[in-house]
Write a protein that binds this ligand. Structure first.
Ligand code: C5P
Length: 298
């Protein structure tokens, strides 16, 4: 039986700006997305039993409610294929966290099926399918660091940039992206990102300036719903981070530190209260097994 395992990395938003609501109900974004080395592992196996999905998480639906399942269904439908597929998600990325875990799993399924079933779907088409599944899916397919516009699907890649040492803290609740956007109002934003200044800092590999430019306008919607997010930001900064920010629609907060050792010291403190705390860094292709050219076929 043909099978493979693909890594699906999480992302954080280093900046997130919103220009306003669009006629289609989505919001017009300008955001810098960055992949980190907190990864799910997506196992695909060709089978005779239709499409099935399982995972090691109790928080995910094992049916069409799962974005990875929808991705597989979309591919099979387009090929009018009767092929069966078993998907197993080894979840390490927290669910409902603002880290694009579900989008990254779906991206891995699209890219993995194309490879495993030798479908030869052109990259542009595959990305178009990704955008149909979710605004973050095209970025999860492209990877690295990118400036995203539109719904989040129009991507301009940024250079690799410095290796960031990051502490991630996810409080003990989830946030619905749709609800956060519903609660968002431009009038409530006190502090907008300077995306241009951020990109200059990124190009210059200047970690202090990068940390200084971290801003996310969605905090103005999420923090009033859960003030704990603000408390976590303060605690991470007090533990030595150069700065801390909520990722995406939250609730996960990340802090940038100057070394892995400092990150680890802060993690020891935060972990006492927050089970879902992680020491991570920027995702580098090749520092883990799997994903695109590193796909392992077993
Ligand atoms: O695209 P995705 O399904 O991931 O988006 C989830 C929800 O987040 C959307 O239904 C929408 O309410 C909101 N959203 C938005 N503007 C964006 C991206 C997402 O309003 N650019």
């Amino acid at each position: 039986m043909k099978a493979m395992v693909i890594e699906a990395p999480a992302k954080i938003n280093l900046t997130l700006d919103i220009a306003g609501e669009r006629p289609d109900g989505y919001h017009e974004l300008e955001t810098v997305m960055h992949q980190i080395n907190l990864v799910d592992r997506v196992q695909l196996r060709v089978s005779d039993n239709g499409l099935r999905i399982r995972s090691n998480s109790t928080e995910l639906p094992e049916n069409e409610g799962n974005l990875a399942y929808q991705a597989a269904e979309l591919v099979l439908r387009n090929f009018k294929s009767s092929a069966g597929l078993d998907i197993f998600l080894e979840k390490n990325i927290p669910v409902g966290a603002g880290l694009a875990g579900g989008s990254s799993d779906a991206a891995a399924v699209l890219m993995g099926m194309n490879h495993l079933l030798d479908l030869q779907v052109p990259w542009e088409k595959l990305v178009e399918w990704g955008a149909m599944l979710g605004s973050d899916v095209p970025f999860c397919m492209q990877g690295g660091t990118a400036l995203a516009r539109g719904r989040g699907e129009i991507l301009a890649p940024l250079k690799e940039g410095p290796l960031l040492h990051l502490l991630l803290v996810k409080p003990d609740f989830q946030l619905s992206t749709a609800e956060v956007y519903r609660n968002f109002s431009l009038d409530q934003v006190a502090d907008f990102p300077d995306t241009f200044a951020f990109i200059e800092a990124w190009k210059a590999n200047n970690i202090e300036d990068i940390a200084y430019q971290l801003k996310n306008v969605l905090e103005s919607a999420s923090i009033p719903m859960h003030p704990e997010i603000e408390e976590i930001k303060h605690r991470i900064c007090k533990l030595g981070a150069m700065n801390a920010l909520m990722s995406g629609s939250g609730p996960t907060v990340f802090g940038i530190f100057s070394s892995q050792e400092e990150t680890r010291q802060a993690w020891i403190e935060m972990k006492q209260q927050y089970q879902e705390s992680y020491v991570v860094s920027s995702y580098r292709r090749g520092d883990n097994v799997g994903r695109k050219e590193e796909i392992s076929t077993c």
